[in-house]
Write a protein that binds this ligand. Structure first.
Ligand SMILES: C[S@@+](CC[C@H](N)C(=O)[O-])C[C@H]1O[C@@H](n2cnc3c(N)ncnc32)[C@H](O)[C@@H]1O
Length: 421
């Protein structure tokens, strides 16, 4: 066997060292041989040595600009390394050479999306569809892209096409459930959530939404549901809530203290602190500020702001049961929309409140008692809050009706409460 055949054999059986030595020896005599350079690049690539692989694939495309697989592999490597601009360039070169290769356009679409170039990503996916109509992953990704861009009708169209060909495609159904719900297509949303429950996919979320849409009031939203919603919302939460939806409940809660004989608080517990918007509003009023939340991603954002002395990933009741510390201020801004029955929380807050300690929170509205509303959030009647306050040992200091946040350009109304233990 000659050296080339021997080296290829070592490469094929996975003997990295021998194959490397062979290619190096071959290149010593013929350093601009594109075929051997390509095989060496491939050897590095297959063995996860991406920098070396990128070096040699680049060498190949310099020697042989028409070597489409080398461009393609450079795209894969740069994408893997998070260098999306160079990945896009490499895929573009490969695409010019192989305009009928759906894989290249699919990867280019993913790369364009990473670069935030959604229109370009969209046209790449369409090219793949032109090559392979009905390609499930492309239709699905187009749906995701449209959903991310808030083009809900288009997203529904793509996901419905996926489900038409594959009725058990759980991810597409999951997205459809969300989109039908957002678009108030109640009947379709109900059927979709039922299907998700039958498939046992994201069944906890689906059950909560099903209850909300069919008028069944449960005691509280499941922890997993809350965590999932806010983990995926954390990155855009501040921008979306404050800039787009006009949310200012933390500042409004602070205003509730105006006119009260308030000094500084020694210790404040921000329950459901999220990304720390209340921390920002109350930090100068308290010696110590403790935050808790179910969502680790929301807590991560809050942590970076530096307002809190400590942050805890837990639910409100567990924290209050397990920590015997007392507080003279409790905050819950836009949090009780995920708990219907507030008895346990009120009872535990009272147990952990110093004498005269304050409890400040917001709710959405309900006609009586508490109810789970079609959008999946709870509302509470003022009479319910007042009864609960009385039964658990609080006096109601102040109640103010207000706008909480916008939904489809309409204000969601709510109430702000100041209670004293
Ligand atoms: C709409 S956000 C409000 C966040 C923050 N209070 C604000 O004003 O921006 C609701 C937050 O409450 C958290 N949450 C809801 N129910 C909770 C519970 N029972 N225990 C802990 N955190 C909860 C959610 O994870 C989410 O971060």
């Amino acid at each position: 066997m000659d050296l080339f055949a021997q080296t290829q054999h070592h490469h094929q059986i996975g003997d990295f060292e021998q194959a490397l030595a062979g290619y190096q020896a071959l290149l010593a005599d013929d350093q601009d041989n594109p075929q051997i350079s390509y095989l060496l690049a491939l050897l590095f690539f297959e063995n996860g040595k991406l920098d070396e692989a990128a070096h040699w694939f680049t060498h190949v495309v310099t020697l042989a600009p028409e070597a489409a697989p080398a461009h393609y592999n450079l795209g894969v490597i740069f994408f893997e390394q998070g260098d999306y601009s160079r990945a896009a360039q490499a895929y573009e070169e490969a695409a010019k050479l192989c305009p009928e290769d759906g894989d290249i356009f699919f990867n280019l679409a993913l790369t364009r999306k990473k670069l935030g170039q959604f229109d370009k990503a969209f046209s790449c996916y369409q090219k793949v569809l032109a090559i392979t109509p009905d390609a499930e992953d492309v239709l699905y990704n187009l749906g995701v892209l449209c959903k991310d861009l808030h083009h809900h009708a288009d997203a529904i169209w793509f996901f419905e096409k996926v489900v038409k060909n594959n009725p058990d495609h759980a991810q597409a159904l999951n997205n459809l459930g969300y989109l039908y719900h957002m678009e108030r297509e109640v009947d379709k949303a109900i059927v979709t959530f039922q299907k998700l429950i039958a498939l046992d996919h994201n069944a906890i979320m689906a059950s909560h939404m099903l209850a909300a849409l069919t008028g069944q009031t449960t005691a509280m939203a499941p922890d997993t549901y809350i965590r999932t919603v806010f983990d995926s919302f954390s990155e855009h939460y501040d921008e979306s809530m404050v800039d787009k939806l006009g949310y200012s409940t933390p500042d409004q809660l602070r205003e509730m203290l105006t006119g009260e004989d308030i000094h500084r608080f020694s210790s404040t517990l921000d329950m459901g602190c999220g990304t720390g918007l209340s921390g920002e509003s109350f930090q100068d009023l308290t010696e110590k500020l403790i935050g808790l939340d179910l969502s680790p991603k929301m807590l991560e954002v809050a942590g970076k702001k530096g307002f809190y002395d400590s942050l805890h990933e837990t639910d409100i009741c567990s924290f209050l049961r397990e920590n015997k510390t007392t507080f003279d201020l409790f905050l819950a801004a836009d949090v009780f929309i995920y708990t219907g029955d507030l008895r346990d929380i009120f009872t535990l807050v009272k147990e952990r409140a110093t004498a005269g300690g304050l409890f400040l929170f917001s709710t959405e509205l309900a006609d009586q008692g508490f109810c789970l509303k079609p959008m999946g959030r709870y509302g509470h009647a003022e009479s319910y809050i007042k009864d609960m306050a009385r039964e658990t040992g609080f006096s109601v200091v102040k109640v103010v009706r207000t706008n909480i946040r916008k939904e489809k350009e309409e204000w969601i109304e709510g109430k702000l409460y100041l209670l004293r233990a």
